[in-house]
Ligand binder design. Structure first.
Ligand SMILES: Cc1cc2nc3c(=O)[nH]c(=O)nc-3n(C[C@H](O)[C@H](O)[C@H](O)COP(=O)(O)OP(=O)(O)OC[C@H]3O[C@@H](n4cnc5c(N)ncnc54)[C@H](O)[C@@H]3O)c2cc1C
Ligand code: FES
Length: 281
C-alpha cells in the first residue's frame, strides 16, 4: 500500500498526486513511468513519474481525468492509499549534452516533458520550452517549465494565454531562427506526429513518448504493441520513447481507438462495490 500525501486539482481536468513510493523514488530516471492500481477492483494504468523527493521517498504524478480509473483517482483523499505502484518502468531518456534542445509539451504531455527538460537543463543543454493547451486554464506546470528553460514559449489554441498558436508553429519559428540539435515532443498523438513531420526534412533528432494502451507493463501481454521502423516493438519495455521519424502513427491511432466503446461502458456501469460489502452480516 502506498500512502497518498497530496491529491489536488491543478486544472479543471488534471490532478496532482504525491504518493509514498521510496524504492521508485530512489531508482527513477527521467522518461520512466509506473503502473498503478487504486484497489483490488482496479485496472492497472501507466503514469509518468513527473518528479521525486528521494529524502521523503515520494513520487509526483499528474493525471488527466479521462475515464474510470482517473476519475476514481481524483476522488481519493490525502491519507488514503493506492494498492500498487510498480516501477520505475521503461527506458530512461538519453540525457547528454546535445546543444540546443527544444522540449515540446501539449496538454497533459507537459507533465512527462517537465522532468526531461529539467534533466537536459542540468546536463548543460540550452533548453527552449514550448508548451501548449486548448485554453488558459488547461495549461499546467508553466512556472516549473520556465525555471528549467532558457526561453519558454506558451501557446493556446484560443489565445487566452501566451500566443494564439499551435506548438508546431512556435517550433517552426525556432527551427528557422537557430540550430536545433534535438526535439523532444510529448502530447496528443496528432501533435507528436505533426512535430515529427516538421523536423523530418531537416533530420533533427526527434523523440516522442508513446501513450499506447498498456495492460501489464512487462512486455508479456502485447497490448502496447507499436510499429517502429517497420518492426514490432512494445512501448512498455522497448519505450516509451521512440524516434518520431520511425513511428507508424496511423497504426497507433487505430489501436488507441480499439477499446473506446468498452471504456465508455466501463465508465458508466462498472463501479467498485468492494467497500459496500456488509462484513457484519
Ligand atoms: C508510458 C505512459 C505514460 C503515461 N503518462 C501519463 C501521465 O503522466 N499523465 C496522464 O494523465 N496520462 C498518462 N498516460 C495515459 C494514461 O495511462 C491514461 O490516460 C489512463 O490509463 C486512462 O485510464 P482511465 O481508466 O481513466 O480511462 P479509460 O476510460 O480507460 O481510457 C480513456 C483513454 O485513456 C487511454 N488509456 C486507457 N487505458 C489505458 C492504459 N491501460 N494504458 C494507456 N492508456 C490507456 C486510451 O487512450 C483511452 O481512450 C500515460 C500512458 C503511457 C503509456
Ligand atoms: S503492456 Fe503488456 S506488453 Fe506492454
Amino acid at each position: 500500500m502506498h500512502r497518498i500525501r497530496l491529491n489536488e486539482k491543478i486544472s479543471p481536468n488534471v490532478g496532482k498526486m504525491i504518493v509514498d513510493a521510496p524504492d521508485v523514488a530512489r531508482y527513477r530516471k527521467p522518461g520512466q513511468f509506473i503502473m498503478l492500481r487504486i484497489d483490488e477492483c482496479g485496472e492497472r494504468i501507466p503514469l509518468t513519474i513527473a518528479d521525486v523527493d528521494t529524502a521523503l521517498g515520494t513520487i509526483t504524478l499528474y493525471y488527466q481525468i479521462v475515464g474510470k480509473t482517473t476519475e476514481n483517482m481524483a476522488r481519493l483523499k490525502a491519507g488514503g492509499h493506492l494498492k500498487d505502484v510498480a516501477g520505475p518502468l521503461g527506458h530512461p531518456t538519453e540525457i547528454i549534452k546535445f546543444g540546443t534542445a527544444v522540449c515540446v509539451g501539449g496538454g497533459i504531455g507537459v507533465a512527462p516533458i517537465y522532468p526531461i527538460a529539467a534533466a537536459l537543463h542540468r546536463a548543460g543543454n540550452k533548453v527552449v520550452g514550448v508548451i501548449g493547451a486548448r485554453t488558459k486554464n488547461l495549461l499546467i506546470l508553466e512556472k516549473e517549465m520556465g525555471e528549467v528553460s532558457e526561453r519558454l514559449i506558451v501557446c493556446t489554441d484560443d489565445g487566452s494565454h501566451g500566443r494564439k498558436a499551435f506548438v508546431t508553429e512556435a517550433l517552426g519559428e525556432i527551427m528557422a531562427a537557430e540550430k536545433v540539435d534535438i526535439v523532444v515532443a510529448i502530447g496528443p498523438v496528432p501533435m507528436m506526429r505533426a512535430v515529427s513531420e516538421l523536423t523530418r526534412p531537416s533530420g533533427i533528432k526527434t523523440l516522442v513518448s508513446l501513450n499506447s494502451v498498456m495492460v501489464d507493463g512487462t512486455g508479456m501481454c502485447g497490448g502496447c504493441r507499436v510499429t517502429v521502423n517497420g518492426e514490432k516493438r512494445f512501448t512498455c519495455v522497448d519505450g516509451p520513447e521512440f524516434d518520431g521519424h520511425q513511428v507508424n502513427f496511423e497504426e497507433l491511432v487505430m489501436r488507441l481507438n480499439t477499446y473506446r466503446d468498452e471504456e465508455a461502458v466501463s465508465m458508466r456501469e462498472h463501479r467498485c462495490r468492494l467497500g459496500e460489502v456488509d462484513h457484519e452480516g
